[in-house]
Design a binder for this molecule. Structure first.
Ligand code: NDP
Length: 237
């Protein structure tokens, strides 16, 4: 029988995160979900069993620490952390959207680091665990208007590989999706980029395709580290 795991998941209020919580509870796991929009998380909690919902802003290291402390004090362990929360307010550098650059790096890079910092001592002490970081195909290739977003996702891959090399007991997995249906592109404020993205995002995977990849990586035996998976639409260039 499959082991029921205690899983922390950020960015669970929409898109890939929401699909992932559905997949993981269906597979018998318990998921502690976090995002800023608590009402959305609470609706999921009303609909599904085996969920705890916490308001979490991943920029705040204390919010992730609170999530880890909750898991530890309530369930006595943390088996998996999924650093999924992310934003993608794309624009050309010449548009000089410096606040959006800072926010992208804060959420996509420091958010991941804050998650790692919160769970690492627990996983080291319990002698195992898994940290899954959601990167992107933009962690492999830079696209026009995507320099800062891609920089943030290249960083996620670098941090993940560094972490993998520094520990012998924690499995580290990077999931790099191609285009996926979600709210991710809704927050682009640069009009030209927004229009180009609509065309670029014409072929998109349903979010549950990524949820299934995440669940598969979790389901592997403790000695098997799925270091990275790229999952994209068949029609991708
Ligand atoms: P969505 O916009 O649908 O979901 C993003 C999630 O991140 C939301 O739940 C949002 O919740 C959460 N989030 C954003 N900022 C914060 C924050 N400061 N603190 C906590 N949570 C936050 O997009 P996706 O589901 O597509 O994105 C999930 C991940 O997948 C991201 O890391 C993204 O970069 C990556 N990805 C997505 C691709 C795609 O095509 N969709 C392709 C490649 C990678 P709330 O607003 O409630 O805080």
């Amino acid at each position: 029988m499959k082991k029921r795991k205690i899983i922390l998941l950020t960015g669970a209020s929409s898109g890939i995160g929401e699909a992932t919580v559905r997949q993981l509870v269906q597979e018998g796991h318990h998921v502690i979900i976090g995002a800023r929009r608590l009402a959305k998380l609470q609706r999921l909690q009303e609909e599904l069993d085996n969920i705890d919902a916490l308001q979490v802003d991943v920029i705040q290291a204390g919010d992730l620490q609170r999530m880890a402390d909750f898991a530890q004090s309530t369930y006595g362990r943390i088996d998996v952390l999924i650093n999924n929360a992310g934003i993608m307010p794309l624009s050309p550098l010449a548009a000089r959207k410096v606040d959006e650059w800072r926010q992208t790096l804060d959420v996509n890079v420091h958010g991941v680091l804050n998650g790692i910092a919160a769970v690492l001592p627990v996983m080291e002490q319990q002698g195992g665990g898994q940290i899954i970081n959601v990167a992107s195909i933009g962690a492999h290739t830079v696209f026009p208007s995507s320099a800062v977003y891609c920089a943030s996702k290249f960083a996620v891959r670098a941090i993940s590989d560094g972490l993998r090399q520094e520990t012998e007991t924690i499995r580290v997995t990077v999931i790099s999706p191609g285009v996926v249906q979600s709210e991710l592109a809704d927050h682009i404020t640069d009009e030209g980029t927004k229009a180009a993205m609509e065309e670029f995002r014409r072929h998109a995977l349903p979010a549950d395709a990524i949820a299934k990849a995440i669940a598969w990586a979790i389901a592997q035996p403790d000695g098997v580290d799925v270091s990275e998976m790229i999952v994209r639409p068949t029609q991708s260039p």
